[in-house]
Design a protein around this ligand. Structure first.
Ligand SMILES: Cc1ncc(COP(=O)(O)O)c(C=O)c1O
Length: 380
C-alpha cells in the first residue's frame, strides 16, 4: 500500500533527537527551531519524559474512560495550578482539532445557539466544525460549508460588534496569536472588546491556545497578555511534547452531564503520563520564563540586523515576514547552516523552537540569518 500523498516533504529523515538537536540518518545534526510545528515544548527526548512514559507503559498504557484514572486528576491539578486556571474543569482529548470541535459543541450546548464568529487567516483544525471556522477554501470541503460560520477581519472590533447586533452568536473563537496566519498578534484592546461583546450578547469567549499556549508566548497562555478570562480555552501541541494529547479548559459555571462529550483514547494513562512529565519539566526548568527571556532577546537581535524583514511575535513564537518568497532562504538555512525553520504562507519564516532554547542556539540562528542575508538574492 502507498501512503496518501498529502504532505510536501523535506528530503530529510530524522532518526534521533535530544533537546533542540535532531540527527538525520546520515548523522548530520540540525538545530530545531520548528519543534515539529510547535509540538516539542520541553525538548526532544527529555530524560524525565522518557523515564515517565516508559515507566507508565510498563504498568498500564491504556484503559478507556469507563474506569477511575487518578493520572487525569493529577494532570488537571498540575495544569490548573501552572496555568492559573485551577477553578476550571478539564476535558481531555487527542488533538487540537478535537479540542476545538468539543469547545464549539460545548458552546452550542450551553447557549442553545448555532452561529460562531472566527477570524480571517485563522486556523482551528480540520474536523467539521473547526474547519468551518477557517477561511481557507483549500481545506473546507462542501460538506463543511455552513452559514453558521461568520469569518470576520481580525483586530476589527467594529466588524464583530455589527455581527453580534445582527446575529444570534453562540461564541467567538480566536487564536491567542494567529500562528498559521503569520504570527499576527491581537491589538491591545481587541480581546477585551471581544470578551465584553460576547458576554453582553449571551455568547461565550473561546481562546484557541493550541499553538500559542503552553508557555510558547512567554506566559502560560498568550491571552494572559491581554487581560481577559475566556470561558473555554483549548490546548494541544506542546501539551504532550509529541504524544498526542489535547485539552479543553472549561469555566466552572459550565456544567457537564454524562455523555455530553466523550472520546475513546482521550486522557489515557500513557497520554496523562506524558502530559504530567511535560508540566513537571516546565515547572522545574522554568521553561515559560526561559521562553519569555530568550524570545525577547532573539526578537531584539533580529530587529538589530536591520534586514529587509518585519519581526513579529512573543516569547518563542516568532515570525519574520520578508518582501519576497522565503522558500530558498529556508532551504539555505537548512542546507548550509543545518537549521530547521517553519513557515506561514509564502513570505513568513516561523520560529517555534522548544521552550528550552538556549541563548547560544538563538545566537547561532541570528548569525546564520545574517550570513544568508548577505546574499544579494535575499536583499532588495
Ligand atoms: C491554532 C491551531 N488550532 C488548531 C490546530 C489543529 O491542531 P491539530 O493539528 O492537532 O488537530 C492547529 C494546528 O496547527 C493550530 O495551529
Amino acid at each position: 500500500m502507498k501512503l496518501f500523498d498529502v504532505y510536501p516533504l523535506l528530503d530529510i529523515t530524522p532518526e534521533k533527537a535530544l533537546g533542540c538537536q535532531v540527527w538525520d540518518t546520515q548523522g548530520n545534526s540540525y538545530l530545531d527551531l520548528y519543534g515539529g510545528h510547535a509540538v516539542i515544548s520541553i525538548g526532544h527526548c527529555h530524560p524525565h519524559y522518557v523515564e515517565k512514559v516508559a515507566g507508565q507503559l510498563q504498568k498500564i498504557g491504556f484503559y478507556s474512560n469507563s474506569v477511575q484514572n487518578p493520572l487525569q486528576h493529577e494532570l488537571a491539578e498540575k495544569l490548573g495550578r501552572q496555568s492559573g486556571y485551577d477553578s476550571y474543569q478539564l476535558f481531555l482529548c487527542n488533538s487540537g482539532a478535537e479540542a476545538n470541535e468539543n469547545a464549539i459543541k460545548l458552546a452550542s450546548f450551553v447557549t442553545g445557539r448555532k452561529k460562531f464568529i472566527a477570524f480571517r487567516k485563522g486556523f482551528h483544525g480540520r474536523t467539521s466544525a473547526a474547519v468551518a471556522l477557517t477561511d481557507n477554501p483549500k481545506i473546507v470541503a462542501p460538506v463543511n460549508q455552513t452559514s453558521n460560520a461568520l469569518i470576520l477581519p481580525f483586530n476589527d472590533l467594529a466588524a464583530s460588534e455589527k455581527a453580534f447586533e445582527t446575529e444570534e452568536i453562540a461564541a467567538v473563537l480566536v487564536e491567542g496569536i494567529q500562528g498559521i496566519g503569520g504570527i499576527i498578534l491581537p491589538d491591545p484592546e481587541f480581546f477585551k472588546g471581544l470578551q465584553a461583546l460576547a458576554h453582553r450578547h449571551g455568547a461565550l469567549f473561546i481562546l484557541d491556545e493550541i499553538q500559542s499556549g503552553y508557555g510558547r508566548s512567554g506566559k502560560f497562555f498568550a491571552h494572559q497578555y491581554d487581560g481577559v478570562t475566556p470561558d473555554i480555552i483549548t490546548t494541544a501541541k506542546g501539551m504532550g511534547n509529541g504524544f498526542p494529547v489535547g485539552g479543553v479548559l472549561i469555566h466552572p459555571d459550565i456544567h457537564p452531564w454524562h455523555g455530553m462529550l466523550g472520546t475513546t483514547f482521550g486522557g489515557n494513562h500513557l497520554a496523562c503520563a506524558a502530559a504530567i512529565a511535560v508540566l513537571e519539566v516546565m515547572e522545574k526548568e522554568n521553561l515559560v520564563e526561559n521562553a519569555a527571556r530568550i524570545g525577547s532577546w532573539l526578537i531584539r537581535q533580529l530587529n538589530a540586523l536591520n534586514g529587509d524583514f518585519q519581526v513579529r511575535g512573543r516569547g518563542l513564537m516568532i515570525g519574520l515576514e520578508f518582501p519576497f518568497p522565503i522558500k530558498n532562504l529556508r532551504e539555505k538555512l537548512l542546507r548550509d547552516f543545518h537549521i530547521f525553520t517553519g513557515f506561514s504562507g509564502q513570505n513568513t519564516v516561523r520560529l517555534l523552537p522548544p521552550l528550552s532554547l538556549s541563548e547560544n542556539d538563538a545566537a547561532r540562528f541570528v548569525s546564520a540569518l545574517a550570513s544568508v542575508l548577505e546574499n544579494p538574492e535575499f536583499s532588495r
